[in-house]
Write a protein that binds this ligand. Structure first.
Ligand SMILES: C[S@@+](CC[C@H](N)C(=O)[O-])C[C@H]1O[C@@H](n2cnc3c(N)ncnc32)[C@H](O)[C@@H]1O
Length: 233
């Protein structure tokens, strides 16, 4: 129980309901991101996919459903998110496996190789040093010619974190019209305490430092606050 007497499950359930509403309203461009991911993976089969910070897998389950011989390993620190992901994957042709773990701890342990690693709106929760460790570990966990696809909140060039987050909150205030005042306050609290977005160029440099052969900016959405980057081993 938290100090105000609300169980962590109750807090998670409320926060997850808010994030589901954001996805359902498509405020973070999940529909277009899923479309672009589907284009990127078209024709790739068989495929061993690792989804880091997978949440309930609403988006990734759609991208891979119907592609033959896809095995999808979802890692998330939230057991409740994973149980929702398990329900989601059960409705698809995908073989799923679900691991409750910190994503960096999972990557740094010995384990299987993957053809594709996805990280969607999860990397920005890590600090800069941890992000470099993330790229290093992804490079080691990918099979030869394997690929990392990263879609996330990013920081515009040259802007400090405080200004970046304030701009993001201003954008939410004007565009996310279906969210209630209470929901927006919870989102604001989450962003101010947990979001550490990096510039695209810094993420691409981290990939290079980790030894990826190619580092590529693919597309951006929502006036550049959300990006898709690709790294090939
Ligand atoms: C904003 S949601 C993104 C969910 C989904 N990937 C998507 O694209 O919509 C972030 C997810 O990352 C998980 N997460 C955040 N930090 C994590 C960490 N260090 N290790 C594992 N999971 C983490 C959260 O529990 C949550 O499910």
């Amino acid at each position: 129980m938290s100090e105000v007497g609300i169980s962590s499950d109750a807090i998670f359930t409320e926060q997850w309901a808010i994030y589901r509403k954001v996805i359902d309203c498509d405020y973070m461009s999940h529909v277009e991101i899923a479309g672009r991911l589907a284009t990127e993976v078209a024709g790739c089969s068989p495929l061993r996919v690792l989804d880091l910070g997978c949440g309930d897998m609403e988006v990734t389950s759609k991208v891979f459903d119907g592609i033959p011989e896809v095995s999808l390993t979802g890692v998330d620190s939230s057991g409740m998110a994973l149980s929702k992901a398990e329900d989601m994957i059960a409705k698809t042709s995908i073989r799923g496996m679900f691991i409750e773990s910190d994503l960096l701890a999972y990557l740094k342990n010995e384990g299987p190789s993957f053809d594709l690693i996805l990280a969607g709106f999860s990397l920005h929760h890590l600090q800069a040093g941890e992000k470099q460790e993330f790229f290093n570990a992804c490079s080691k966990r990918l099979a030869e010619s394997g690929r990392l696809l990263l879609f996330d909140c990013v920081r515009p060039p040259g802007l400090p974190r405080s200004v970046t987050l304030q701009r993001y909150l201003d954008w939410i205030e004007s565009e996310w019209t279906e969210m209630s005042l209470r929901e927006k306050e919870q989102i604001r609290h989450h962003i101010m305490t947990s979001d550490f977005p990096e510039e695209n160029t810094h993420l691409l440099e981290m990939g290079k430092t980790a030894g990826f052969q190619t580092q590529e900016f693919l597309e951006e959405w929502d006036s550049g606050v959300h990006s898709l980057l690709s790294f090939t081993r």
